[in-house]
Design a protein around this ligand. Structure first.
Ligand SMILES: Nc1nc2c(c(=O)[nH]1)N[C@H]1C(S)=C(S)[C@@H](COP(=O)(O)OP(=O)(O)OC[C@H]3O[C@@H](n4cnc5c(=O)[nH]c(N)nc54)[C@H](O)[C@@H]3O)O[C@H]1N2
Ligand SMILES: Nc1nc2c(c(=O)[nH]1)N[C@H]1C(S)=C(S)[C@@H](COP(=O)(O)OP(=O)(O)OC[C@H]3O[C@@H](n4cnc5c(=O)[nH]c(N)nc54)[C@H](O)[C@@H]3O)O[C@H]1N2
Ligand code: SF4
Ligand SMILES: [Mo]
Length: 675
C-alpha cells in the first residue's frame, strides 16, 4: 500500500473514481493527516477545475460517522443490519472456513462474485478478485448493468466500440444528444456542447422525457421509449430517398448498402411516426438537418441500452454517420464510451485469468439466488449495491434472505445490500487508496495519489483480496505484488513521473482523433457493416431492424399494465445509489411522475399517494403530475434506498437482445390512488 508523506500540510492530486464519464481531476488539501479541502483540479483539460454537486461534499462522505471502519459479523436476522465488530483475523478466518466447506460440499461454482464499478480505478475495480475467484473455481460473473449492450451494438456495425473523442463535439455544426441527459450525467461535456452552439451549432435532444438537457436544447424530439430504432430507420429512409448519402464513403468503407436501402424503403416517416408517436414531418426535418450537415455529431451514452432492443439501438445509430460520411470530419461522427482507447496502455497479462466455470448473470441476481437449480451458496459483493441497482429488487431480497446463503460484502457504508451480509469488510474511499483511473468520457488517464491514511481498519479492495487469498493458502505470485507494483506492471509504457506530477496524462493518440475518416473499422474487412454476416450467423437480423419489446410499448403485458415506467438518473446529488442516504434531504423524492392525462383518467391528484404496481412488486409514492412526460409514460427517480422507495422493485430483468445488458427501462406498471 502507498504511504502518505508525513508533512503537516500538503496538496495531493487525485481523480474521481465514480462510475461517471467525467473522471474529474481533483486536489485534496491535507493538514495534520486530515483532508480538509477538496477541489477540482483547475489544470485538468476536461473537467477544468469543477467537480459536481455529488462530489463537492466528498469529504463529508469520507469522515461520515456511518462509515464502516472495522470488519463486522452479522448478529441479527438477514436484512436487519445488526452486526458486531470483529477483528480482521476473525472475519477473514470465518470467510475462509465457510468458503472451504462450501467448495468441499458443493464445488467452487456454488460461489458467485458480484462486483460493479463503485470505483472505476484500474486496480480497485477488478484485478486481484479475478485471480482469487479463478483460484476458487467460482462461477464467473457475466453480463453488465451498464455498457455491454451499447458496446456490442456499436461493435455489430464497427467491429468494436470505438467512437469519437467527446471533446470534439465543440467542432460540430449539429449536435444530437440521443438518449443521454448530458447536463445531468455528463455535466463536464456540456461546456463543449455550448462551445459548438456559440459557433452556430444547433443542439437536438432525443429522449422520451423532457429532461433538463432537453429543456436546454434548441430542438426536443420525444419518441416513445424503446422505439428509436424505427425513428433511425425512417431517418435512413429519407437520407437515401433524398440522396443525402456520401456515396464515395459508403462505397469505400461500408458493406451492405443495397440491402440496407431495401430494408429502410419499408420505413417511410409515416410508419415510424406511428410507432414512435412522432409527427412524420418532424422525422423529415431531423433527417434533412442530419443529411445536410456534414459536421453532425451524435452523442449517446447508456440510457437507451436498458431496453429489450437495447443493442439494436446502438447498431442502428452507428449506421447514420456512415451513410452521410460524417466520420470524415472533426466534429462529425458518433461518440459514446472512449473506454477502448483508455484501455490501450494496459498490458492485459495481469488481468487475464484462465477460468472456464459457468457464468452467472449479474443482471439477474434475484433469479439466480432464488433458483434451487443454480445451487448458489456464497455471494461476494464489492463496488456495488445490487439491491438498489439491479432490476427486480424484491427477488434479490428474497434470495439474500436465504439462511443457507453466505454473503460477504466489502463496503464503505451499510447499504441495502450490506444489510444482508454475514460478513462486512470495511473499504477505503478514493482518497485513501492509490489508483489510476481510465476514463470512458475523455482521453486522459487520471492519477490518484492517496491523500490520507486509511480510516479505521478500512482497506482497498486489492488488499482485501490479498488477505483472503493468504487465508485460503493461495500463493500465486500476483498476490505478492503491492499496489504500486501492480500499477507499474499494468501500465508498462506510461510515464508515471508525468502522470503523478500533473495528475493526468493524455493517452498516446493523435491530437485530432478521426477514428474512421478513412475507414479502418475493426471488422474483418475494415468496413462498417450495414449488413452483418456475423449477426446473421448468430441467427439475428443481419440488418438494422425494429422489434417492439415485449414489456415496453405495444408489448403483451400492456393491457394489464398500460403505463411504461422509466427510471433513469434524475438527481444531481446521487451517483447511482451512492449518496442517496446522505443527500436525500437536498433532493425532492422519491415520487411517481405521471402525465396529466393519465393522472386524470385514474383520479390521481398532484401530491396524493399512489400505488404503483406490476407482477414484480409495488411502491406507494406521492404523485407528481408532470409535463415532462407524454401520455402512457411514467417515471420514478432511481437511486433511493429502502423497500418503499427503490424503483428497481418494479423493473424488468429480462435480458436485452444481445451483448449482456438488461431491460430496466422496459417496465410496465399500473397506478391507482392509494386508499
Ligand atoms: N447525476 C448523476 N450522474 C450520473 C449518474 C447518476 O446516477 N447521477 N450515473 C452515471 C452512470 S453509471 C451512467 S451509465 C451515466 C448514464 O448516462 P446517460 O446514458 O445519459 O443516463 P440515463 O439516465 O441512463 O439515460 C439517459 C436518458 O435516456 C433516456 N431514455 C430512456 N429510454 C430511452 C429510449 O428508448 N430512447 C431514447 N432516445 N432515450 C431513452 C432517459 O429518459 C434518460 O434521460 O450517467 C452517469 N452520471
Ligand atoms: N432503475 C435503474 N437501475 C439502474 C440504472 C438506472 O438508470 N435505472 N442504472 C444502472 C447503471 S448504468 C449502473 S452503472 C448501475 C450502478 O450500480 P452500482 O454499481 O451498484 O452503483 P452504486 O449504487 O453507486 O454502488 C456502488 C457501491 O460501491 C461502493 N464503493 C465505492 N468505492 C468503493 C471501493 O473502493 N471499494 C468497495 N468495496 N466499495 C466501494 C459504494 O459505497 C457504493 O455503495 O446501476 C444500474 N441500475
Ligand atoms: S461524479 Fe462525475 S462529475 Fe462528479 S466529480 Fe466524479 S467524475 Fe466528476
Ligand atoms: Mo452506468
Amino acid at each position: 500500500m502507498a504511504t502518505v508523506s508525513p508533512m503537516t500540510s500538503q496538496v495531493v492530486l487525485g481523480t474521481c473514481h465514480h462510475d461517471c464519464p467525467d473522471s474529474c481531476g481533483w486536489v485534496v488539501t491535507v493538514e495534520e493527516g486530515r483532508a480538509v479541502k477538496m477541489r477540482g483540479n483547475p489544470e485538468h483539460p476536461y473537467s477544468r477545475g469543477e467537480l459536481c454537486p455529488k462530489v463537492n461534499r466528498f469529504l463529508e462522505r469520507v469522515y461520515h460517522p456511518e462509515r464502516v471502519l472495522h470488519p463486522l459479523i452479522r448478529i441479527g436476522s438477514k436484512g436487519s443490519g445488526e452486526f458486531r465488530r470483529a477483528t480482521w483475523d476473525e472475519a477473514v478466518e470465518l470467510v475462509a472456513s465457510r468458503i472451504r466447506s462450501i467448495v468441499d460440499e458443493h464445488g467452487g461454482e456454488a460461489i458467485v462474485p458480484w462486483g460493479d464499478a463503485g470505483t472505476q480505478g484500474l486496480l480497485q475495480m477488478s484485478l486481484l478478485d479475478r485471480h482469487f475467484f479463478a483460484r476458487l473455481g467460482a462461477s464467473r460473473q457475466v453480463d453488465s448493468l451498464c455498457g455491454a449492450g451499447a458496446g456490442a451494438g456499436l461493435a455489430a456495425t464497427y467491429g468494436d466500440g470505438r467512437s469519437a473523442d467527446p471533446m470534439d463535439v465543440r467542432f460540430a455544426d449539429l449536435v444530437i444528444l440521443w438518449g443521454t441527459n448530458t447536463r445531468l450525467t455528463n455535466r463536464h461535456l456540456w461546456p463543449f456542447v455550448q462551445e459548438a452552439r456559440a459557433g452556430g451549432a444547433k443542439v437536438v435532444v432525443v429522449d422520451p422525457i423532457r429532461t433538463i438537457t432537453a429543456g436546454s436544447a434548441d430542438w426536443f424530439i420525444q419518441p416513445l421509449p424503446g422505439t428509436d430504432v424505427a425513428l433511425m430507420l425512417a431517418v435512413m429512409h429519407v437520407l437515401i430517398r433524398d440522396d443525402l448519402i456520401d456515396h464515395d464513403y459508403v462505397q469505400s468503407h461500408s458493406l451492405g448498402f443495397e440491402r440496407l436501402a431495401e430494408r429502410v424503403a419499408e420505413w417511410a416517416p409515416e410508419r415510424a411516426g406511428e410507432v414512435c408517436g412522432l409527427d412524420p414531418a418532424e422525422i423529415e426535418s431531423l433527417a434533412a438537418a442530419y443529411g445536410s450537415t456534414p459536421r453532425s455529431f451524435i452523442r449517446t451514452l447508456i440510457g437507451a441500452e436498458h431496453h429489450e432492443n437495447g443493442a439494436m439501438f446502438f447498431r442502428a445509430l452507428a449506421c447514420l454517420p456512415v451513410l452521410t460520411g460524417a466520420w470524415r470530419h472533426r466534429g462529425g461522427g458518433l461518440s459514446r464510451s472512449v473506454g477502448i482507447w483508455s484501455e490501450m496502455p494496459v498490458d492485459p497479462e495481469l488481468f487475464e485469468v484462465d477460468q472456464h466455470t459457468r457464468g452467472v448473470s449479474m443482471n439477474r441476481l434475484g433469479s439466480a439466488l432464488t433458483s434451487e437449480e443454480m445451487g448458489i451458496h456464497a455471494l461476494f459483493v464489492w463496488n456495488g449495491n445490487p439491491v438498489v441497482s439491479a432490476p427486480n429488487a424484491a427477488a434479490i431480497r428474497r434470495g439474500l434472505s436465504r439462511d443457507d446463503l453466505f454473503t460477504v460484502v466489502s463496503e464503505q457504508f451499510i447499504t441495502d445490500t450490506a444489510r444482508y451480509a454475514d460478513v462486512v469488510f470495511p473499504a477505503t474511499t478514493q482518497i485513501e487508496q492509490v489508483d489510476v483511473v481510465q476514463s470512458w468520457g475523455h482521453l486522459y488517464l487520471g492519477w490518484n495519489q492517496p491523500a490520507i491514511e486509511p480510516l479505521g481498519e478500512a482497506v482497498p479492495n486489492s488488499e482485501l483480496w490479498r488477505r483472503l487469498a493468504r487465508a485460503m493458502g493461495f500463493d500465486d505470485p500476483v498476490f505478492a505484488l503491492d499496489d504500486e507494483a501492480l500499477l507499474a506492471r499494468s501500465l508498462p509504457k506510461v510515464d508515471f513521473d508525468e502522470l503523478r506530477s500533473r495528475g493526468f496524462l493524455r493517452l498516446d493518440l493523435p491530437e485530432v482523433l478521426l477514428p474512421y475518416a478513412n475507414g479502418g473499422f475493426a471488422t474483418v474487412d475494415g468496413k462498417a457493416h450495414l449488413y452483418s454476416e456475423r449477426l446473421a450467423a448468430s441467427g439475428r437480423d443481419p440488418l438494422p431492424g425494429y422489434i417492439p419489446s415485449l414489456e415496453g410499448p405495444g408489448g403483451q403485458l400492456s393491457e394489464r399494465y398500460p403505463l411504461v415506467l422509466l427510471t433513469p438518473k434524475t438527481h444531481t446529488r446521487f451517483l447511482n445509489s451512492s449518496y442517496s442516504q446522505h443527500h436525500a434531504d437536498r433532493e425532492r423524492g422519491p415520487y411517481f411522475e405521471i402525465d396529466p392525462t393519465d393522472a386524470e383518467a385514474r383520479g390521481i391528484g398532484d401530491g396524493e399517494e399512489v400505488r404503483v404496481f406490476n407482477d414484480r412488486g409495488e411502491l406507494t409514492l406521492p404523485a407528481r403530475i408532470s409535463d415532462r412526460l407524454r401520455p402512457g409514460l411514467a417515471a420514478i427517480p432511481w437511486g433511493w434506498w429502502g423497500e418503499e422507495a427503490n424503483a428497481n422493485v418494479l423493473t424488468n430483468d429480462v435480458a436485452s437482445d444481445w451483448g449482456g445488458a438488461v431491460a430496466f427501462y422496459d417496465t410496465l406498471v399500473e397506478a391507482a390512488p392509494a386508499v
